[in-house]
Design a protein around this ligand. Sequence first.
Ligand code: UD1
Ligand code: CA
Length: 468
Amino acid sequence: MTAKYAIILAAGQGTRMKSKLYKVLHPVCGKPMVDHVLTQIEKNDIDEIVTVVGHGAQKVEATLGTRTQYVLQAEQLGTGHAVLQAEALLGDKEGMTIIACGDTPLFTAKTFEELFEYHKSKGAVATVLTATTDNPFGYGRIIRNEIGIVEKIVEQKDATKEEAAVTEINTGVYCFDNQELFHALHQIKNDNAQGEYYLTDVMEIFKKEEKIVAAYRMKDFSESMGVNDRLALAKATAVMQKRINETHMKNGVTLVDPATTYIDVDVKIGADTVIEPGVQLKGHTVIGSDCHIGAHSEIRDCVLKDGVTVTASFLEEAVMHTGSNIGPYSHLRPQADIGEGVHIGNFVEVKKAQIGKNTKVGHLTYVGDATLGKDINVGCGTVFVNYDGINKHHTNVGDYSFIGSGSNIIAPVQIADHAYVAAGSTVTEDVDAHDMAIARSRQVNKKGYFDHYPVAQAAAEAEKAENK
Ligand code: UD1
Ligand code: CA
């Protein structure tokens, strides 16, 4: 078996993005562009992957971790110069090397595989992956001779009018004989419009040495899109989103309106789940089967088991167990753990709290830093008062307990199983099993007091007018 290597070019600043964030780290559907490239390359059984870093080197390395080796291109003198930095790691090795740019997030593993195969079948030293587009502006053009053999690649800024009219472009992906590649790279010069060492110039060098240069033309130009500015970033995102959504639909997920459904690339969804318009599923969210995600919900890095219903709510780093439901207009914050069959109604916020099976938290409630057992009813407007201004404190509520509406549970406090908190209580002491806590001042009714208020006069006048 021929050894396979890959080099990813990711040292550029990406000036045209006008961004503090390095270009290759801009996310497309939740994953940095360069990570998309690496992910697809990894699927091809590559022996060694080298990423060329420069601008934002540390950030790029932190993002990709140990999945690739790195070489530093301290000064960005062009794509040819960038590849040359990998010589220390790969230079003398026998095999095939694929090169891709960190700013082309849409390439698939299948295309890389086809390129390897085509390159081998042609016995070429170099094969460039090309595509055809009506709008080739900005790309390098593939210049072929009368009989269709690739002669060279000419950059936009160096192209004659005639060359600029060519619609076949360089996608920026290539396959090379590894040793031939580094041999040719030592001969390229920077006598061009941008004063850079162009990788693309090795093609002409191979031609002069009478070696076989091939071009593999892919059918789908959109897959080759290079992202140099925010317009292209949005276009690439749209292509990627369509691809992701189609995959989920093919796997049995209903997207009521795929055009307005935004799903990150690493999200997983089970069959027979229905997703309504305007939903955003982000990060590493995992959703089970038979769930219903209502319109305009946003779910980031959550796990939802089977049969969960979310209605217009915002969920982050939370878990919802089988058959639980939430919303409308509720908020799960990190470490909210919503048990089986639990009902979280409207305008409820849950943070760092475990809620046991079949418990109900129906309305206008804050549950923070608490452990609630099963089959509890938490009345409307309950506040788990967890913060004293310096520290957070924890509350436990036992199984089958009942928290009356409008209660304040001042942590830390323990409410046992089968305990009852009377509505409107401010609970500061522990409550034992089968007891009822009533912690509010007694009502006093003051005789005739209404008439002392100014409203009394207005009420009397209104009454008179009504009876006329
Ligand atoms: C390049 C190709 C062009 C092709 C296009 C496809 C060259 C000379 N041109 O042009 O033919 O049509 O890609 O998208 O190769 N980089 C470095 N170090 C450098 C310069 C660039 O690592 O010194 C990296 C960048 O981070 C980027 C990639 O190489 O990921 C491509 O560089 P870029 O400047 O975007 O090249 P293009 O002008 O798009
Ligand atoms: Ca580019």
